[in-house]
Ligand binder design. Structure first.
Ligand SMILES: C[S@@+](CC[C@H](N)C(=O)[O-])C[C@H]1O[C@@H](n2cnc3c(N)ncnc32)[C@H](O)[C@@H]1O
Length: 439
């Protein structure tokens, strides 16, 4: 069998690489690494080996992260050129928590590649990497139980485009479906109170903001903010009134607090009684920073409401051919769908940032009590979105082999999956989570 995975590493991590290869090769994933596979001439054999493999896997230890040697940079450079042409996949396995400090590495790797943070002591943590490699190499599902989806890292994703009607429609459908999911939580945080001021971060076009807070008599003032100028323009023209105002603001910006201070002064808001963040944290690289910044803005007795996603809680059953599982996996690695393990991490972020009374109010929206229309709508907010995104990615990168595989597979199987989904005995749960917290 020819080599499939080129492992790029510095000699300090030789022992780790040997263990990793042993694991991958026990699943018939044939690896290439210098110490074992160079026969006589590094300079000619390495470029040839990289070109012959399907995946380039960089092992990032402390040395690579801080002072990568020239030969590593050469390998990364060569691989990233092939990656740009869609001829090679790139991933890194980080065995250190240190972020890349080297500009050249940062430049070549950026956010295009997939990172796995795993322990030096294999095989713990390597299962996600293994699952991802098996998928990318077209070997189907990982035979080992590892949860629903491969690991992933957070990344910044300002994906929203006002001209994307499909996405706008999806957000609106989601808004209605979610009503049953956590409307009691809204009732609990609002009922019996009065004169409340609400801050909605990532309010988009304001539809959800106004649906949940616009007509509530308990609410005196609503401030919606979003990073997307078109979304804010739309929110202003559709909803701005005495009670509601919308502003273009970036929750990750260092000046966020100052800008918000001006807005609070203008609207006579001391602190916010409700801070609402729905489906935003999964798109942020460092949500903890935002949580830290907003804590001082919450009034005493005020409530933070967070809705997010965790695909560990997402499943379809029965799934005899594993097709739904593959869809969930595609969603996890798609660059447009956010970080799909975000939900469970929010709990510790809230605790670490000093929030009290943190409650995981809801976990997983399922179809068991849904009408046929609702079940169908839930399919469209998730599966059709994966299908559409894969098409978009395919049109953008027609030569990328992985995207092409996903696209072809979906073209051939999407209709059958929908039929399977529509069967009365098929249960779908989508991993929405809702938290509340106080300061
Ligand atoms: C998935 S939409 C969610 C919209 C709405 N909250 C909902 O649940 O339907 C995420 C929104 O967050 C916005 N967003 C992303 N990054 C942001 C940031 N750093 N600051 C403010 N808004 C941001 C996007 O523009 C988008 O409108």
């Amino acid at each position: 069998m020819s080599h499939e995975v080129f492992i790029s590493y510095q000699t300090e991590s030789q022992a780790f690489v040997e263990q990793l290869c042993k694991l991958l090769e026990s699943y018939d994933i044939k690896c290439w690494y210098g110490k074992r596979d160079v026969i006589s001439n590094h300079a000619s054999e390495i470029p040839k080996a990289i070109r012959g493999c399907k995946v380039f896997l960089l092992v990032v230890d402390e040395n690579v992260a801080t002072h990568p040697r020239g030969d590593i940079l050469n390998e990364v450079y060569l691989a990233s050129n092939l990656f740009k042409k869609g001829l090679l996949d790139m991933m890194s396995v980080n065995i250190t928590n240190i972020e890349y400090e080297d500009d050249e590495l940062l430049y070549h790797l950026g956010r295009l590649q997939k990172k796995f943070l795993i322990d030096k002591m294999l095989p713990d943590g390597a299962i996600n990497l293994l699952a991802e490699l098996l998928t990318r190499l077209g070997r189907g599902e990982c035979p080992v139980s590892y949860g629903n989806v491969p690991g992933d890292v957070r990344y910044k994703n300002d994906y929203f485009d006002i001209n994307d009607d499909h996405e706008r429609e999806r957000l609106n459908t989601q808004l209605h479906i979610l009503k049953k999911f956590d409307s009691d939580v809204y009732d609990r945080i609002l009922s019996g109170r009065k004169g409340l001021s609400v801050l909605d971060i990532g309010c988009n076009e304001g539809n959800l903001t106004m649906d949940r807070f616009g007509k509530r008599p308990e609410v005196r003032k609503i401030i919606g903010i979003d990073i997307n100028a078109d979304a804010i323009e739309s929110a202003k023209s559709n909803f701005e009134n005495e009670k509601a105002s919308f502003y273009l603001l970036n929750g990750e910006d260092a000046d966020f607090g100052y800008d918000l201070a001006e807005i609070r002064e203008k609207h006579d808001i001391d602190k916010f009684d409700i801070i609402h963040i729905s489906m935003l944290l999964l798109h942020m690289e460092n949500p903890s920073k935002l949580l830290k910044r907003i804590k001082p803005l919450l009034s005493k007795g005020g409530k933070l409401f967070i809705r997010d996603i965790d695909d560990t809680l997402t499943f379809v059953h029965p799934d005899p051919m594993g097709g739904f599982n593959r869809m969930i996996r595609i969603c996890a690695r798609e660059e447009l769908s956010g970080y799909r393990h975000s939900g469970k991490e929010i709990y510790s972020m809230l605790i670490e940032n000093g929030f009290r009374n943190v409650a995981l109010e809801k976990k997983g929206l399922d179809t068991s009590q849904m009408t046929l229309e609702e079940k169908d709508a839930l399919f469209h907010t998730y599966f059709s979105f994966i299908y559409e995104d894969t098409k978009i990615l395919y049109l953008r990168n027609p030569e990328n082999k992985r995207v092409l595989d996903d696209y072809n597979w979906l073209e051939n199987n999407y209709g059958a999956l929908k039929q399977e989904y529509d069967r009365p005995e098929t249960l779908f749960q989508l991993g929405f989570v809702t938290y509340t917290a106080e300061k």
